[in-house]
Design a protein around this ligand. Structure first.
Ligand SMILES: *Cc1c(COP(=O)(O)O)cnc(C)c1O
Length: 236
């Protein structure tokens, strides 16, 4: 007996079905929380995905995309300019990359220190609207991810708010992955409690990924950052 032809993993994950499934899960989670599904933006995280795959999702009506690495993102942004997509920078920000982020992205989710915010503001080109920005909170003391701790938050919010090249819209967090939905919710709830003094007027809470976005929506997320669940496995 000849062995069966191995499946191509990326082709067994058609973009249309995956996007519809994530939209369905998002709507269900919003409904369960007594919220409108339109109150949660779906950000498709496209790191490790090609421009062709991004264009395929854009053709299905997906408008917001997130990238983590400036060097990887710029050629894709350039290839897809015509589509007029909303690009969000969600990766760790290094001072020597702020100029390119300020010039090419609409949103930045990962502001965690004043020096970076000041550079982004000064480097935002004058012909563009202000860069929409979120302050990243460290949700877990033990986490190795970036993010400001809650003690430093008040000062950073006050300082970022007055920078002319930025519009502070809210907060982002990326807790360590957890399996248990109750534990996921507890981490998101802590972050939401910490930022409540500013919301409103700030209106954006970026939290939740493929593995935990339902828990994040239950705890008030207004923007979920979903990669593998919409695109399938990353290609590099
Ligand atoms: C990669 C990444 C995501 C998406 O993670 P998935 O598990 O693929 O959904 C979301 N947020 C940030 C900050 C990321 O780096």
């Amino acid at each position: 007996m000849p062995s069966p032809t191995p499946e191509m993993p990326t082709q067994s994950h058609p973009a249309e079905e995956a996007l519809a499934a994530v939209r369905g899960r998002l709507a269900e989670a919003a409904h369960a929380a007594g919220r409108e599904s339109s109150s949660v933006t779906l950000l498709a995280v496209s790191k490790g995905q090609t421009a062709e795959r991004i264009a395929a999702l854009a053709a299905l009506g997906q408008r917001d995309f997130g990238e983590n690495y400036v060097q990887e993102a710029l050629p894709k942004l350039a290839a897809l300019t015509e589509l007029g997509l909303n690009w969000h920078f969600i990766g760790r920000l290094q001072a020597n990359k702020t100029r390119e982020v300020a010039a090419h992205f609409s949103w930045v989710h990962s502001v965690d220190r004043l020096r970076i915010a000041e550079r982004l503001s000064a480097q935002r080109p004058a012909h563009l609207p202000p860069l929409q920005c979120l302050i990243e909170l460290n949700a877990d003391a033990e986490s190795t991810k970036g993010g400001v701790d809650t003690a430093a938050l008040t000062d950073l919010v006050a300082a970022v708010r007055v920078l002319p090249g930025l519009t502070l819209r809210g907060f982002m967090t990326m807790p360590a992955p957890r399996e248990d939905p109750a534990a996921q919710r507890a981490a998101f709830r802590r972050v939401h409690e910490a930022v409540r003094p500013w919301m409103p007027p700030l209106d954006t809470l970026s939290m939740g990924t493929s593995g935990d976005f339902e828990a994040a929506i239950a705890e008030g997320s207004t923007l979920v950052r979903v990669g593998t669940a919409v695109f399938g496995p990353r290609q590099r």
